[in-house]
Structure formats: C-alpha cells, structure tokens
Design a protein. Structure first.
Length: 442
C-alpha cells in the first residue's frame, strides 16, 4: 500500500542547466520533522485524527504504511490531508522492513510504550554524518520505568507493571529525537514527568500542540524544561502541521545563490529568523509579510562565518545549502558544524564542480568566489542533495545528480517547485532498475 506517492522508486537523476535566476512564488509544505513525530504520536490516539499539511514525501508515506500494517485505518484525503483511525491498532512484526529504512521510526518506541505498555522496533540503521547514538532516548524511557533491550538489531521495551510512571529526567545532551521520544512515552504515563535540558525546535512545540489538542497535558515545549501530566487516553481531532523551516530555508538559499526574487508562501517568519539574518549578512534582502517572506538578491555576495547549534541557533540542516552559497561569496568563510561529527561528505561532490573548500574536523574553510561548473555528482544525504541542486542552479553547463531518492525523502516536489520558479531542471527516470537500499538520513 502506498499512501501518497504515485510512482515506485527508480534510479532517477536530476539534470540541471545552471545560470537562470529564480523568480515567482513557492508554497512551502508541512514540516518533515514535525510530521515524522506526529504520525507515530497518532498511534496513541483512540479516535479519528485528521492531519493537515502533511508533506508528501517518502518518509511520511512509509510511516503511514507502518501504521496501516499495525491495523490503523489510513485515508489520504488529498491536498496533504490524511485521516488516521488508530482505535484498533495492535503490535505487529510486519513493520520491520519499513522501520529499518527511516530514522524516525524510533518514535514508535515512545508511542507503543504509551499505547501498549510495550514496544518493539528495529534499531535505526546506518548513519550518514557520524555516530548517532540513542542513549538519551533509552535513558529517558528507563527512568520512566521501561525495561529496555537493544540486542540483535532490535529495540524492545516493556513498562514495568504495564504502564510507565512519571519522573524527573535530565537529558545529558540537547537532542531533538530524545526530547520527542521521551515526551511521547510520558504522555500516557501515570503521574507527572519533568524533562530538563530539552531541545526547543519548532517541531517539538508542534508535537506538544498536536498531543494537547488530542487531550494530553504538556507544558513548556519551546523552553528547555517540558512538564507532562500523564493522561489515561487521547481522543481524536483535527490538527494542521507547521510549515517546514528547512524547506523554506533551502529556497531562500537557492534564490540567494542564483539571484532574483521569490516569495515563499505558508511560512512562519519567526522560525526563519536566523537563516534570514545570515542570508542578509551575505547580501540578500528578506522582507516579511504575515505568513509570506520575500527574498531578493541583486548585489554580489559577501563572505561570512556560521556555526550550527540547536534551535534557536543556526540549523545544521541548512549547513550544506549555506556552505554552497558561500562558495559564490567574495572572501573566506568559516563554517563550524556544532551538531554532527561528519556532515561534510557533500564537499567532495562540490569540489568536482570547482568549489574551494578545506575541511578540518568540524570546520570548513570556504574560499570564494568561484564559478561552479556543471558535473555529474551524487546526493550523499537529504540536505547534501539539496546543496547539489543549489550548486547545479548556478553552475555553468549541465549538472547531473544521482541518488535523488535521498532528496525525495524530505522535499515535496522539489523539481516541480524549482521549475515553477524558472529553473531549468528535470527528472530523468531510469525505469526497471531497482533502487539501491538507502541508509538512514533524517
Ligand atoms: N545524541 C546523543 N545521544 C542521543 C541522541 C542524540 O548523543 O541519544 C547527539 C547526536 O549524536 C548529535 C546531537 O545529540 O550530536 C543532536 O542529535 P539529535 O538527537 O538532536 O538529532 P536527531 O533527533 O537524530 C533530528 C533531525 C535531523 C537534525 C537533528 C538536529 C529528525 C527525524 N531528524 O535528528 O534532521 O539534523 O535533529 O537538528 O527530526 C534532516 O532533516 O536532514 C535531519 C538530519
């Protein structure tokens, strides 16, 4: 069963002829990283949930398929809306082929523990930008009274006495994933949970708002302490997800690279503040109008430095795209990756296009300006793929991007949206070739 995506995976490539400015309007889709938390959260709801603004991407499609295999009724209503009825869900071993292929499937552990008092899923698989431990997820669930086992490629968990019990938890590391998973597990626990040193990303607030609108009692999301009073059950309702901060930032970076002027529709400008600030330093103009943002770039680009940090700092998921734009800026820029150990694999691909970037551990020194040249390159992960598209848009000649399956995990209709902004980009399908297995990236 495929929920939204019409075509099967093929060895698609994107072919771009660079040199055109972007002009026009683009509608930003719902936030991927909110959707991949809220869909598993819906497993805990006894009743009908209508979710709007779900991005039509392969990660959300797979999570919906997983819920369907667990006995949920899943109906696609069109226009990014999905109806989910998880009233009669059950544990299932028929999900592991899918859980293995998406990182966010580990949120099912928190929600299964809440719903069934026990949980089983696969360990999230291969990492693309360094070690990705889940010790803080485990620590939180153990503190809530779960017996956890991570042997043999699986995570299994059982609540002592059949139900988790609220407690105080201090996370040693600011982690989006651990914050979300522990929130999920605590929602239906008995008593009060206080989680300290939590992540503050907009999708954490969105998850709390979703759960509260279904009857949960969660306070403090968006600050560094979250307080949860466990409830006995969640009821159905309707919820609209926030727009995707990183998708919006990617188009903002793209027009800053190509020059031109675009309007982004359906955004929350506050979530974009630090991206807007960096792009402004680099020579773009950003104007906010309610839920729309205009980005224009007419002047030459200036170099700058940036360091990625947890929200409200500069997002790591924008680092590859901004580093690509900095290749075009006059002068030396220093980029420091503050979240992941190894998020510079895309630099080898950019070098094939003429970029002058030296990487030393978590620091990249970028010398500009260079005129990028079209070349055959690969998307090493989701945001690296977005960076390759931006590079292709400004490169002289033709760029071919392979492994675009990574890009399609996180960007709804990236090629279509760019075409409508005037880019010369197309998908070339190689039918009948099976897709290679894709390790986790989200
Ligand atoms: N960490 C630990 N222990 C843990 C969990 C995390 O040490 O138990 C460390 C990580 O190794 C990392 C840091 O804490 O150094 C932050 O990791 P975090 O848990 O915040 O990342 P995540 O939840 O695995 C999510 C997004 C990523 C995004 C990061 C940081 C999803 C599905 N993924 O990952 O998104 O880079 O937060 O903002 O929400 C993307 O969308 O392209 C993407 C990779």
């Amino acid at each position: 069963m495929v929920i939204f995506l019409k075509r099967t995976d093929t060895l698609d490539k994107y072919v771009i002829r660079g040199g055109r400015q972007l002009h026009g309007e683009v509608d930003i889709s719902g936030a991927k990283n909110a959707a991949v938390a809220i869909i598993p959260a819906a497993l805990m709801v006894k009743g009908v949930c209508r979710l709007e603004n779900i991005p039509e991407i392969s990660d959300t499609d797979k999570l919906l398929q997983i819920l369907s295999r667990m006995g949920a009724r899943v109906s696609y209503l069109g226009k990014n809306a999905v109806e989910l009825d998880c009233t009669s869900v059950h544990m299932s071993d028929d999900i592991y082929d899918m859980t293995r292929t998406i990182r966010a499937s580990y949120y099912l552990i928190g929600s299964m523990l809440g719903r069934f008092g026990e949980a089983k899923s696969t360990m999230p698989g291969g990492c693309n930008f360094g070690v990705r431990p889940i010790d803080q997820h485990i620590k939180g669930m153990v503190a809530l009274g779960a017996e956890m086992d991570t042997g043999g490629g699986f995570i299994t968990a059982k609540a002592k006495g059949g139900r988790l019990r609220g407690c105080k938890i201090f996370l040693d590391k600011v982690s989006v994933g651990a914050t979300i998973n522990v929130m999920l597990a605590a929602t239906l626990a008995e008593g009060r949970t206080v989680i300290e040193n939590v992540a503050r990303e907009p999708h954490i607030v969105d998850l709390a708002n979703f759960l509260n609108s279904m009857g949960a009692d969660i306070r403090g999301a968006g600050t560094d302490v979250i307080k949860i009073r466990g409830v006995d059950s969640l009821h159905g309702g309707a919820y609209t997800l926030i727009p995707d901060q990183i998708e919006a930032g990617t188009y903002m970076a793209a027009v800053t690279a190509t020059g031109g002027e675009i309007i982004l529709n359906n955004v929350i400008p506050k979530h974009l503040e630090c991206i807007s600030a960096k792009l402004t330093e680099m020579g773009a103009e950003v104007e906010e109008y309610g839920d729309r943002v205009l980005v224009r770039r007419t002047q030459p680009l200036r170099h700058t430095n940036l360091k990625t940090r947890p929200y409200p700092g500069f997002p790591t998921d924008m680092q590859p795209q901004l580093s690509t734009v900095l290749c075009l800026a006059d002068g030396v820029s220093v980029v420091t990756e503050g979240i992941w150990d190894n998020r510079y694999k895309y630099v080898n691909e950019l070098r094939k296009m003429g970029a002058e970037i030296q990487v030393d551990g978590k620091t990249a020194i970028i010398e500009g300006p260079v005129q990028l040249r079209g070349a055959p390159v690969a998307a090493c992960d989701l945001r690296a793929g977005a960076a390759m598209l931006i590079a292709g848009l400004v490169a002289e000649g033709e760029t071919t991007i392979e492994d675009v399956i990574y890009i399609e995990r996180g960007y709804q209709d990236f090629v279509g949206k760019l075409q409508r902004l005037g880019a010369d980009v197309r998908v070339v399908s190689v039918p009948d070739e099976p897709c290679p297995a894709v390790p986790d990236v989200g």
